[in-house]
Design a protein around this ligand. Sequence first.
Ligand SMILES: [Zn+2]
Length: 69
Amino acid sequence: MDNESKCPVTGKRQYATEGEALATAAHQIATANAPKDLRAYRCSWCDAWHITKSQQNPKRFARREKYFP
Ligand SMILES: [Zn+2]
């Protein structure tokens, strides 16, 4: 897992497909103290998929908002 490709722009791990990214996100949520609202998005720089928190999508952040009081 340590020699996976990383995005030169964001530094995030690269996934070939959305399904692979989502599967990894689900694994992280289950095993690590990762945020529960991880999602996959396609990177416009490296054309691979990355995992991010849902609130970090700069282009579509109006899609859904959640508040945790
Ligand atoms: Zn990227």
